[in-house]
Design a protein around this ligand. Structure first.
Ligand SMILES: Cc1cc2nc3c(=O)[nH]c(=O)nc-3n(C[C@H](O)[C@H](O)[C@H](O)COP(=O)(O)OP(=O)(O)OC[C@H]3O[C@@H](n4cnc5c(N)ncnc54)[C@H](O)[C@@H]3O)c2cc1C
Ligand code: SF4
Ligand code: SF4
Length: 422
């Protein structure tokens, strides 16, 4: 705000009403510790004025801010209006008679609502739901490897030119840190398998200028629900784009998500320093059934604790989020609701259904085990979001319901070990 005041003092020209500057996003979201590191503001900025800070990984101003307001308008912790994600059929036609829905999204999708009444209740808009795993064994996947297999199938079918995913950082000092990358080959998709429990500013990687892609690329994006919200909001509203190719996104895959973490706080402080976890030996890091599980390559469990014990390392902005199910995605995929070794898949849109069919030969598909488990966890997630908002008025209000109650949400959703991949 200091710089904003300075600008006002130096500029005698009256400011048009309604402008929102980056510094207001900075004050209200980033400095307030509410940023969920989705990268939407970076992708939305038409003058490419927002970058990613090399140390904090947070958005920072790298060029002059023009006060266009778009970083604020599309930020899921700022001004993102959820009604902007409502059915594209409500978007008026432009001069050429093309609706934003036709131009940027699948006009057959009529259910983009994240909040509000039907069809946002229960699981939200769902055309089909399955438990899925990769038809062939893939190393390093998190659950059934369905995300990886689907992307490999789509690349093989020529349905996409690449996928925005997260791969391990190249920096040897950053074990278990995910960084965004555009995978263009099946090998690159497989190398990015598995979950990273840090946000990656994923949408900042939609600047495709350094990627070897066709002039009109078709991308799938794998992201947390807040990242998909950012894409959907930008697709639903026309604005003059900068370097970031939101127009290239033809498929969104949301990973079910109740919270993400700050890399330094989770991996270095909580795991390496406090619990003496040998990061070089770790084979898998998982948040599942309300527990944080860290497993070594030899099968030894280094950590098995309630995830609540790691709340101090979680992103504060995640508490405010009630979109566990990724309601605005084409496909929502996660572990809850199906047995170990399988991934739960909610097919939400025609585009999602088409992609699923195109990749079908790479997938083992069966009935979803426990859809109610998804609904229960979604309810819990929303209750925490409401509590988080209540705490703004009453800081002493407890954020969590008690742990026993937390665990009851997982009852009946046991993910028993089942036949592993051949
Ligand atoms: C932060 C986070 C929280 C999650 N919380 C839950 C939860 O509460 N409940 C639940 O059921 N499932 C949750 N998941 C999803 C779950 O961990 C699996 O990703 C999902 O079940 C898919 O498994 P898979 O074996 O099919 O995926 P894989 O085949 O292993 O592929 C996973 C894909 O996700 C990409 N990816 C990994 N990390 C990230 C990231 N941080 N941001 C963007 N893309 C990424 C990878 O690059 C890869 O393409 C969460 C995932 C993340 C990243
Ligand atoms: S939450 Fe996303 S859009 Fe908002 S400031 Fe953070 S990175 Fe930018
Ligand atoms: S909990 Fe919500 S805000 Fe946090 S990473 Fe997941 S989807 Fe994004």
């Amino acid at each position: 705000m200091k710089r904003y005041r300075l600008r006002q003092e130096m500029n005698a020209i009256p400011e048009p009403p309604g402008k929102v500057w980056f510094w207001e996003l900075e004050a209200g979201v980033i400095d307030a510790g509410r940023c969920v590191q989705c990268g939407t503001c970076v992708a939305a900025c038409p003058s490419n004025s927002i970058g990613v800070h090399h140390r904090s990984g947070l958005p920072e101003l790298v060029k002059m801010c023009t006060g266009c307001s778009l970083c604020w308008d599309f930020c899921p912790r700022g001004g993102l209006r959820y009604e902007a994600l409502w059915p594209p059929s409500t978007v008026p036609e432009d001069d050429e008679g093309v609706t934003a829905g036709e131009a940027r999204a699948d006009p057959a999708d009529t259910y983009w609502r994240i909040t509000g009444g039907p069809p946002a209740e229960g699981l939200g808009a769902v055309l089909e739901r399955f438990a899925v795993r990769s038809a062939s064994r893939v190393e390093g996947v998190q659950d059934g490897g369905a995300v990886t297999a689907l992307l490999v199938g789509l690349l093989a079918a020529g349905a996409i030119d690449g996928a925005l995913v997260s791969r391990p950082s190249d920096d040897p000092d950053e074990p278990w840190r995910g960084v965004p990358t555009v995978a263009r080959t099946p090998a690159e998709v497989v190398a990015a398998a598995g979950s990273f429990y840090n946000q990656t500013m994923a949408l900042s990687a939609l600047d495709l200028s350094g990627c070897d892609l066709p002039p009109s690329p078709r991308l799938a994006v794998v992201g947390t629900p807040c990242e998909v919200q950012g894409i959907r909001a930008m697709q639903a509203r026309r604005w003059s784009t900068g370097a970031h190719r939101v127009d290239a996104v033809v498929l969104t895959i949301a990973l079910l998500c109740t919270k993400s973490f700050d890399y330094e706080a989770l991996v270095r402080r909580e795991l390496a320093s406090k619990r003496r976890v040998d990061l070089d030996r770790v084979r898998k890091l998982d948040v599942i059934r309300g527990r944080m599980i860290v497993e070594y390559a030899d099968g030894e469990q280094a950590v098995d604790e309630p995830v609540k014990a790691f709340h101090g390392a979680a992103l504060k902005g995640c508490d405010e989020c009630g979109d566990f199910l990724g309601r605005s995605a084409d496909l929502s995929m996660g572990s809850v609701g199906s047995m170990d070794g399988w991934t739960s898949v909610l097919v939400r849109t025609e585009r999602g259904r088409q992609a699923f069919e195109q990749a079908r030969s790479t997938l083992d598909v069966r009935e979803l085990d426990d859809p109610e488990a998804l609904v229960r966890l979604d309810e819990l997630d929303k209750r925490i979001a409401v509590r988080s908002l209540q705490r703004k008025f009453d800081p002493d209000a407890p954020l969590f319901i008690d742990y026993e109650e937390h665990l009851r949400h997982y009852e009946g959703s046991d993910r028993r070990p089942v036949e592993q991949h051949r």
